[in-house]
Design a protein around this ligand. Structure first.
Ligand code: NOJ
Length: 740
């Protein structure tokens, strides 16, 4: 009786040690050799289940059979240790027992919801953003998720586009650093660790340049613009080791991104030598029919696979057509094999062949469910993301000894609206999410009286609630208002032509201001909004985005001065929608307008100011910082030399605080025109009140490179300007020359 057991044990150990000895590539090949064409197409196929969907769902009553037949390689939105375990068990009933990959949009947190990515970008704090992504990965991986569809690294210059909330704003330099930080955060110490999830840089490419800011719209741009502005964050994500990329819904210069060989094969897998795999966006393979690019699902599968889309999310085009297309010679077997290899490789790297249930542990899931450290980190990230737009007469911070505070507005007691788009609703959310009311309450003493009136709902047309709000306001020493957008007003398919405060909220603010009491307005939103009357009349404004689970606590920290705001806008805030697209790094044109009084025959609107409401990089502090003049190590540098720029920053106000010192350059003349300013560096500098510090930046020719008309990444000798300041529109400047 003992013999067979021993034999099995020996065989198993030998097999195990052989498997250990083999490289992952060899293991991938040995699986690939066993696969039928149908099974290969199965690996390239990704389905949502019949549960919560993030796109138009195709109900499929054969789902379970298909998993068991090896016709599904990955599932999205399957989450939770129990569900992922059950599904994985089905996959293990298939002939080759290839485990499933579970993907999910873990965009800004999973159980603990962090600020929306655009808000986090306002912190300009890369370590904090990496930590936020790390925590999201720890929590999601504990719930069986292997793969997040994040970071979204689309540059956008159009706040009408609802998806700006998911990205890092308008700047390619800042966006690239953030892309790297997020990829590092999600992927942690690398695959094989149970708390690492695969990142997915999306949406490749140029999705953020949708014409008119209308989601899913066409994109038409020069290749130089593509390389210079829209590709850098993707390149950075690839360099940081992002395991996957997602292509995009838009067509780029007439070719849908999903069927775009230039993007996926030539750039990503060619020039950038990307070794991971590319997933389509939801249904984007099949949607090429609507684009007018292919005539049916079969042609769509052919076009997407040949162009380098390795996995088909929810179009069912691959599973239904790839085997036949290979038989007909329309898609080469090598194309399919390459895609399957890339997918299997990730499954091996994630350790799923060794233990398919590695991520589906109820115990680990439970441990991460109420993690106090994560909430602490969320509160920290949230306060770092709040932008102080205006603070006249030192209205902020509010004294904790204030006798009576009127808290007014539709968001004061809001809970889930603090989470924003792309966040999860959990059954106990109302107990967990901290509202502004709760946050202020735990901050002030019992001597402070808190009054509340909602005033109006978010989208109200009625002013019926104003009277009560005015009544409360009259009794108060200070009025704190929280207004803005509901969580589903910015996000996917949430493009808007008017980006004003919804409903009668601005009128409510006017009514509060009319009481003569000091008013602080906090604006929740997923995009830059337009609120000119407020900006011009109310003394203090905080941009509070959607800050996540601990929103109310973070806000209270800032309101009462326990935290001095240091965030800076990662996107320009327009004065009116008519200025859009508006961004700081524009070209000068042949007839630049130099001021609002110099618009004659200039590139300007005759009926609109040149200037945005708030510039890129703007953000105040409770203290004030003064910038000395810049000194340069040399006024001329050779291409082999470094340039050192120094200035002294002084905290000239009454609070300790942190400043984000920004460095911009301008290449004055070039073989192609260059932007009036380009961000090339920044440092976060903390100074006690009265303290000064020398701030130093080092530049090399690599910081002066750009894509020329042949798409070569070069630098050119010539004259440059260098700017240092606390926002893109308030800088000191110095000049230097680059010689050969
Ligand atoms: C469509 C979105 O564009 C994409 O960002 C997301 O990852 C997928 N749906 C899956 O939810």
């Amino acid at each position: 009786m003992k013999r067979p057991i021993l034999t099995i044990a020996i065989v198993a150990t030998t097999f195990f040690s052989q498997a250990q000895k083999k490289t992952i590539d060899q293991r991938v090949d040995s699986v690939l050799k066993l696969m039928t064409l149908e099974e290969k197409a199965g690996q390239m196929n990704q389905y949502n289940g019949p549960w919560a969907a993030t796109g138009p769902l195709t109900n499929d009553d054969k789902l379970i059979d298909q998993i068991k037949e090896g016709k599904v390689g990955s599932m999205l939105n399957a989450t939770g240790a129990v569900r992922t375990r059950d599904l994985q068990q089905l996959a293990l009933q298939s002939r080759l027992k290839i485990p499933l990959l579970f993907g999910q949009d873990v965009v800004h947190g999973y159980r603990t919801i962090f600020p929306i990515p655009l808000a986090e970008a306002a912190s300009w704090n890369l370590e904090a953003m990496e930590r936020s992504a790390r925590i999201a990965a720890i929590e999601a991986s504990a719930a069986g998720v292997h793969w997040t569809f994040a970071p979204m690294v689309d540059i956008s210059r159009d706040p009408r586009w609802g998806r700006v909330m998911e990205g890092a704003g308008e700047d390619p330099f800042l966006g690239s650093l953030i892309a790297k930080a997020r990829v590092k955060g999600f992927q942690g110490k690398g695959f094989g660790n149970t708390d690492a999830v695969m990142a997915c840089a999306k949406h490749f490419a140029a999705y953020g340049a949708a014409i008119g800011g209308r989601d899913y719209n066409s994109v038409d741009m020069s290749l130089r613009q593509l390389w210079e502005t829209y590709l850098p964050p993707f390149k950075a994500a690839a360099e940081a080791g992002a395991a996957t990329f997602m292509n995009s819904f838009n067509d780029l210069n007439g070719i849908p991104a999903t069927g775009n060989g230039y993007l996926q094969r030539e750039i990503l897998k060619g020039k950038w030598n990307f070794k991971g795999f590319v997933v389509s966006d939801w249904g984007s393979v099949g949607e090429m029919i609507n684009h007018g690019f292919v005539k049916d699902n079969k042609e769509a599968a052919m076009s997407a696979a040949n162009a380098g889309s390795d996995m088909d999310m929810e179009s069912r085009a691959y599973i239904q057509n790839l085997p036949q297309l290979v038989k007909e010679g329309k898609v080469k077997l090598t194309v399919v094999d390459d895609a399957v290899r890339r997918i299997l490789k990730k499954k091996f790297e994630m350790g799923l062949f060794d233990d398919p249930f590695k991520y589906s542990s109820e115990e680990r899931e439970k441990q991460q469910w109420n993690n106090a450290d994560h909430l602490k980190a969320e509160r920290d990230m949230a306060k770092k993301s709040i932008v102080l737009l205006k603070n006249d007469r030192q209205t902020l911070p509010i004294s904790k000894q204030t006798k009576t505070i009127a808290l007014i507005g539709p968001f004061i007691k809001a809970k889930s609206d603090n989470l924003g788009f792309w966040s999860y609703d959990w059954p106990d959310d109302s107990a967990r999410i901290v509202s502004v009311w709760d946050g202020v309450k735990s901050k002030v003493g019992t001597d402070t009286k808190m009054l509340y009136a909602k005033g109006c709902n978010i989208n109200d047309t009625s002013t019926a609630g104003f009277a009560e709000a005015i009544e409360m306001a009259k009794q108060a020493d200070v009025i704190v208002m929280n207004v803005g957008e509901a969580r589903d007003m910015s996000g996917e398919a949430k493009s808007k032509s008017s980006i004003r405060l919804p409903g009668v909220q601005e009128d409510l603010i006017k009514a509060m201001q009319a009481t003569g009491k000091p008013v602080v307005v906090m604006i929740n939103a997923g995009r830059p909004l337009i609120f000119n009357w407020v900006a011009d009349n109310v003394p203090a404004i905080l941009y509070t985005w959607w800050l996540g689970t601990e929103a109310g606590n973070a806000i209270a920290d800032v309101l009462f001065g326990d935290y001095n705001p240091s965030a800076k806008l990662p996107m320009t805030f327009p004065l009116t929608e008519g200025q859009i697209p508006i961004y700081y790094n524009y070209y000068n044109t042949g007839r630049p307008a130099t001021s609002d009084s110099d618009r004659f025959y200039r590139s300007a609107y005759i009926d609109l100011s040149l200037y945005p409401k708030y510039a890129f990089g703007h953000g105040l502090s409770y203290t004030s910082f003064s910038y000395s003049d810049i000194t340069l190590s040399n006024s001329t540098i050779k291409s082999t030399e470094k340039l050192i720029a120094k200035m002294t920053l002084t905290n000239a106000g009454n609070f300790d605080g942190e400043e984000t010192v920004q460095l911009y350059i301008r290449d004055l003349f070039g073989s192609v025109v260059r932007p009036v300013k380009e961000l090339k560096g920044f440092q976060k500098v903390f100074l006690k009140k009265g303290e000064s510090k020398e701030v130093m930046f080092t530049l090399t020719v690599d910081d002066l490179r750009f894509y020329n008309d042949k798409l070569q990444y070069i630098y050119e000798p010539g004259d440059f300007k260098l700017f240092i300041g606390g926002s893109s529109d308030k800088t000191k400047e110095a000049g230097f020359k680059l010689v050969k």
